[in-house]
Design a protein around this ligand. Structure first.
Ligand code: IVH
Length: 670
């Protein structure tokens, strides 16, 4: 056995050698030694550490294999929030962003840095005294999950940095799974019969947010660093470009495709080039990020809500692909509408494999002249439902078939009609089982019964346990336990979630009932006007039309809904089950008022109300409204064109709410 001092020296030598080769291989993509030579160094280090466990340290390269699994992730509060980016979808929007900055600065006294917008998972890494101490996900921007153990397994993340690095600093970047790694991972999963990941981003996120670091260690994750969060104890360059160069010198992986640009035309050209190169890039991306290079100028530009004015994500066009339209299927919606959808030969587009696409209605299919058997162009942008752009007419063989809507409902066989002025065909059977099931699914989602998803709703319906939405509240423990794959634990979870939904706000109940033409916004409006379902049921059409935005179509739909016996029955069943059908007067809420002890300051223009109206709402809920930001401020609500209060709140670390978040907090949005 090697003597201890000798062992220590050899361990240190091996570690720095392995770190050097890791960096060459994983960060610089330019290895100097063969895999076999590298493995031999690693084995020797493992041997020595096994012989001298007291010399093992967490930053040893052998420790990337993954620590023991966790029960749950801890939380890490970000010292400075991780923000989002505003988007530009066209050259005009990019120019509008540029002009806003010019308006503020008076002239272009800055350069840009253009980067590829990586499609992965944002993480924050903190280094103290040269060692990686924490790694966190973005979370809600203010607090993220502690995924340190998992990030330690990502080979391109340095576990330690040179001695001359700042004593404490944070970097931010995107962890991603290269396309090739994603393909290999899914092939392995297919062989093992495991569910496949839909796209590299989900696979990367799933791998990082994984309780067992040993699993993360098996995934070929990579990272590009795109921001220096902060640095303490040592001055750092004051341009973004030089900061990235500096981080590169500390061993971090920076995308070599980043480019410093002098003019907005160069930014535009970068966007064009990357978009052209996109299919050949080894990773997924959906745009570029343009940033103002100078950090002092970035700081002078500041933020609008959670988006910095100094950066913008300039997105690429929706990705398109061609495939075969195998058939057109029909879904029957909860109001009886027959919704056609395309059944496609699976094709990879916009980061996912698409095998179905929306086809709106018969007129739409006719207008686009889409025929069964056609080669079609499919498009998918962001997270939206894929759509069919149109047929590739030149590929037609003559065997394609023109589609027409069935004359009878594919679910129940009843007659199908198309009412005048409507684009939709509808099933005429009020008792159509497909409609009934869709109504149940809609109810469960709108009442936020999280334990019961679409699948379970279908099982309940097919087993005859739930015939209408209200039946969900009459499910028994025994019935649930009698279902396949429902153990004690899942049964408890489902029952708890159903019970918990009984006290949802009236707006949820109104939306959940599925009154035709009453979407979630109208439901919220109605709930604020009528404090109970009974009062709404008693309202006349004239009365309803007195409410702004409610016209004859909606008012007729509401009164007709409450006249129908079937609907009244459901409401009575809900009442008997103990579902809250009125808004509790706010003063009577148990445990005091919801905003008690909280001080709100509002800055900028709100879209939903005037500032004094918003302040009145805060007060009605027990909160107070302040006029300036102080240490006592609980939240700053930010509307359009906020003033200096926003900077002050940022400096004091006061939580900042967008208008939407504020409305959610006061129960006026869902
Ligand atoms: S900069 C305040 N640069 O995009 C600006 N973000 O919507 C901070 N992203 O969650 C972000 N590539 O994870 C920046 N080169 C890049 C990026 C990038 C991907 C992600 C990031 C963030 C989201 C912003």
């Amino acid at each position: 056995m090697a003597d201890k001092t000798e062992a220590k020296q050899e361990i240190e030598r091996l570690r720095s050698l392995i770190n050097y080769h890791n960096h060459r291989y994983y960060v610089l993509d330019s290895p100097e030694i063969s895999d076999a030579e590298y493995d031999a160094l690693m084995r020797r280090l493992q041997e020595l550490e096994a012989e001298h466990p007291e010399l093992l340290t967490p930053d040893s390269p052998t420790q990337r294999v993954g620590a023991a699994p966790l029960e749950e992730f801890g939380t890490i509060e970000h010292r400075y929030p991780l923000l989002s980016l505003a988007n530009a979808f066209s050259k005009e929007e990019l120019l509008a962003w540029y002009k806003r900055i010019i308006n503020i600065r008076g002239k272009q006294d800055f350069d840009f840095v253009c980067e590829i917008k990586m499609d992965g998972l944002a993480v924050s890494l903190t280094y103290v005294d040269g060692k990686l101490v924490t790694g966190a996900t973005r979370g809600d921007g203010y607090k993220g999950e502690d995924v340190t153990q998992n990030l330690r397994t990502v080979k391109s993340i340095p576990l330690s940095v040179p001695r001359d690095a700042p004593p404490r600093f944070e970097v931010r970047g995107e962890v991603f799974l290269p396309k090739a790694g994603f393909k290999k991972l899914n092939e392995e999963r297919a062989r093992e019969g495991l569910p496949l990941f839909v796209n590299p981003r989900n696979a990367a996120a799933g791998s990082v947010r994984q309780l067992d670091p040993r699993v993360t260690a098996q995934r070929p994750l990579d990272i590009y660093i795109y921001q220096l969060g902060y640095a303490e104890g040592k001055p750092v360059p004051d341009t973004h470009w030089e900061r990235m160069e500096y981080l590169k010198s500390l061993g971090f992986k920076i995308n070599p495709r980043n480019r410093r640009c002098k003019t907005i035309d160069e930014v535009e050209a970068y966007h064009r080039e990357v978009e052209e190169e996109r299919p050949r890039l080894p990773y997924e991306t959906d745009g570029i990020v343009a940033k103002v290079d100078s950090i002092p100028i970035q700081e002078s530009l500041g933020y609008v809500a959670r988006e910095p004015r100094w950066a913008i994500a300039y997105k690429f066009k929706a990705e398109q692909a061609t495939t075969i339209l195998k058939d057109i299927g029909i879904n029957v919606g909860r109001t009886g509408s027959l919704n056609p959808y395309a059944i496609l030969e699976p094709v990879f587009v916009g980061g996912v494999t698409v095998s179905q696409a929306a086809l709106h209605n018969e007129d739409d299919i006719r207008r686009k002249d889409i025929r069964i058997g056609d080669t079609v162009v499919v498009q998918r942008a962001g997270d939206v439902i894929p759509e069919i752009v149109g047929p590739v007419v030149s590929k037609r063989t003559g065997a394609e078939k023109v589609f027409s809507m069935p004359s009878h409902c594919p679910a129940c066989g009843a007659e199908v009609v198309r009412l005048e002025g409507e684009a939709m065909h509808r099933c005429t059977n009020a008792a159509c089982p497909a409609q009934a099931l869709e109504k149940i699914k809609h109810f469960v989602a709108a009442m936020e019964i999280d334990g019961v998803g679409e699948k379970l709703s279908t099982v309940f319906f097919e087993k005859g346990l739930v015939k209408d939405a209200a039946d969900v509240y009459y499910l028994t423990r025994e019935q649930l336990l009698g279902l396949e794959r429902m153990g004690e634990k899942s049964t408890d979870k489902v029952l708890k979630s159903i019970e918990g939904s009984k006290v949802r706000p009236l707006a949820n109940v109104l939306f959940a009932l599925g009154i035709p033409n009453v979407g979630s916004e109208t439901a919220t409006l109605l709930a604020s006007r009528y404090s109970s379902l009974d009062k709404l049921a008693a309202a006349t059409e004239e009365e309803l039309q007195g409410i702004p935005t409610i016209g004859p179509k909606i008012s007729e739909s509401i009164t007709a809904f409450f006249r129908q016996d079937g609907n009244r029955n459901i409401i009575e069943k809900l009442r008997k089950a103990g579902v809250k059908l009125e808004e509790e007067p706010r003063e009577k809420r148990p445990g005091g008022l919801p905003l008690e002890g909280k001080e709100f300051v509002i800055t900028g223009k709100l879209a939903s109300s005037t500032r004094s109206e918003a302040e009145a709402k805060v007060k009605a809920l027990g909160g107070t409204a302040g006029s300036s930001v102080t240490k006592r401020t609980s939240y700053l609500v930010v509307g359009e064109d906020p003033g200096s209060k926003l900077d002050k709140a940022r400096n004091l670390g006061i939580p900042i709410l967008t208008e939407e978040e504020f409305l959610k907090m006061i129960g006026e949005a869902s």
